[in-house]
Ligand binder design. Structure first.
Ligand code: HEC
Ligand code: HEC
Ligand code: HEC
Length: 475
């Protein structure tokens, strides 16, 4: 037997190296505990919400942008302008414009502040400008950023950039996006710097975040599933990053993988449970309704995208081919259903009001009477019975009965809709509901919200005046 010479060590050297190792482990543990404490503290005390996808596509919305019918998971080898077109399509699937645009006149030039529990992160310029953008990045730099969350100088990027999802995207697709970004007009603009509190301004700490929350690696197709399922999984887990909003977070702000798609709060809005659970999720929706919602922002008679989801539809999912949206639906149908305790689907509550107008006749007007406020502010469009106008035609004033925001187990989104309105531009329609935030006080908004849930939706969902005041500051 030959001895391994490297194992032979004098006894005290061994003790010393063990001590040193223990010391190192202890230091790391201490640093991490400090980090964890900060995270926990900020989660409890901070604003608690990430800012999100904000601005509609401007320049990128060329109407002739014929979408390539190439299946996403099986990219054909393409060159020249085909590659650029494909890159544009994929950039939309990844919704890059939403986060990397603060001013519509400067698409992809960054500057959008993203609020996290640890401070504000401002998105960088990703136009090909050599000084302020990524004009000097090599393809390898770009791949490393998308796959590993590492910037050009080797610095760790913050996970507000969804690299935890983009890591699943094939090299070929990442490079197509890069080819498209290269064709953008370079914009010379340096966004303001981040304002993160110590220790979160220490980028290297992301090593710990990655340790717990990040699995580097490309999407691996499941041979037991159909090509359609695999394409859907590739899109949902990768570019479309649905989980960034729909999956709750753990105390380090990583995704809680045991509750995938079961719903989370996003900038004051509830990004609902979209698992196939019949009561808590979207298990009672038909495939066509899910496709309609993702392609137009409305599943008539059930749900309307009004908040962050309206931006996702407007900037991203409306541009996906029918085939790709269908695949997303196929995949979503297969994720484990999670019941959040609801006994009835949120879009199955309520019945038309029958007595309110007569009951209100002759009563004195009271500034915070929900029924009166509803008649005065909402009934012209949604009808005093709550049944809406125009039934299910595109751009109709939707019925509030069987509407997912009105029947949800919390009234957040309803209050948000009243405060901030709806503004959603798609190829299909320009949808507009006025924001009432400037006209109505917090107690008036609370009164309407509570009237609407009681009369047309889930009567257990109520908001307080304080909650409305908090929601008002979001967005
Ligand atoms: C949810 C918001 C969000 C989306 C969507 C998003 N990004 Fe970003 N991205 C960020 C943030 C925030 C940073 C900065 C992270 C940091 O400072 O550590 C960033 C950083 C980057 C960087 C590094 C730039 C640099 O100067 O270091 C690149 C490259 C990038 N994003 C490309 C993309 C591409 C391509 C897409 C679409 C496929 C995309 N991003 C979508 C938020 C987003
Ligand atoms: C930027 C955050 C965000 C992203 C990314 C996102 N969603 Fe949403 N989603 C929301 C929010 C918030 C709502 C609540 C409705 C609203 O915004 O008006 C919602 C609502 C929905 C609904 C309707 C549920 C109901 O009962 O009304 C479906 C279905 C849905 N999302 C699917 C998806 C899919 C599929 C993806 C990925 C392709 C996705 N979402 C990506 C935030 C997001
Ligand atoms: C000028 C017409 C108009 C008025 C007034 C109006 N709405 Fe709307 N409302 C709309 C339109 C348009 C939509 C979006 C339809 C779509 O998404 O296709 C909408 C959507 C909604 C939704 C569904 C949002 C979702 O997330 O599912 C609710 C709830 C709602 N309105 C409640 C109200 C309440 C309460 C008032 C009074 C404070 C009101 N609306 C006033 C036109 C109006």
């Amino acid at each position: 037997m030959t001895k391994n010479p490297s194992r032979v060590q004098p006894a005290d050297a061994l003790v010393q190296s063990t001590r040193r190792r223990r010391f190192r482990v202890a230091t790391l543990a201490a640093v991490f505990s400090l980090f964890a404490l900060y995270v926990a503290w900020h989660e409890a005390h901070g604003p608690g919400a990430r800012h999100n996808d904000e601005l509609p596509i401007t320049q990128a919305r060329a109407d002739d942008a014929s979408q390539p019918a190439v299946a996403v998971a099986t990219p054909a080898v393409v060159a020249g302008s085909d590659l650029v077109k494909r890159g544009e399509y994929l950039a939309r699937a990844g919704d890059c414009v939403a986060c990397h645009t603060a001013d519509k006149a400067r698409p992809f030039a960054g500057g959008l502040p993203i609020n996290t529990p640890f401070g504000t992160i401002v998105t960088p310029n990703i136009t090909p400008d050599p000084d302020t953008g990524i004009g000097q990045w090599s393809d390898a730099d770009f791949l490393r950023a998308m796959h590993e969350g590492i910037g050009k100088s080797g610095e760790r990027l913050y996970p507000a950039f969804p690299y935890a999802e983009y890591t699943k995207v094939t090299d070929q697709d990442v490079l197509a996006i890069r080819a498209y970004l290269n064709t953008l007009t370079p914009i010379h603009y340096a966004p303001p710097s981040n304002s993160l509190k110590f220790p979160f301004n220490q980028r290297w700490l992301m090593v710990f975040w990655n340790l717990f929350n990040f699995d580097e690696g490309r999407f691996v197709p499941d041979p037991k599933q159909s090509a359609e399922w695999n394409r859907g999984a590739y899109l949902v887990q990768g570019l479309a990053h649905c989980e960034e909003c729909h999956t709750p977070r753990n105390f380090t702000q990583g995704l809680k993988t045991s509750s995938r798609f079961s719903g989370a709060v996003q900038a004051g809005w509830h990004a609902y449970n979209i698992t196939p659970d019949k009561n808590s999720g979207v298990g009672n929706w038909s495939d066509d309704q899910l496709v309609a919602y993702l392609s137009t922002g409305a599943a008539p008679g059930r749900a309307n995208a009004a908040g962050p989801m309206a931006e996702v539809v407007a900037d991203s999912t409306q541009y996906l081919t029918h085939e790709d949206v269908g695949s997303i639906v196929t995949y979503l149908r297969s994720v484990p259903p999670i019941n959040g305790g609801e006994s009835r689907p949120r879009d199955q509550w309520g019945k038309p009001a029958v007595d309110d107008v007569t009951a209100l006749r002759g009563t004195t007007i009271n500034a915070v009477n929900g029924a009166q406020l509803f008649i005065a502010n909402c009934a012209t469009c949604h009808n005093w019975t709550g049944q809406g106008v125009g039934a299910s035609a595109p751009g109709a004033y939707p019925s509030l009965i069987h509407n997912s925001a009105v029947g949800a187990s919390d009234a957040n989104n309803l209050a948000m809709v009243i405060l901030h309105g709806v503004s959603r531009t798609t190829k299909q329609a320009d949808v507009l509901m006025p924001a009432f935030g400037t006209q109505l006080t917090d107690d008036q908004v609370a009164a309407i919200t509570n009237y609407v849930t009681k009369q047309f939706g889930n009567p257990q969902s109520t908001v307080t005046v304080d909650q409305v005041a908090k929601l008002r500051t979001q967005q």
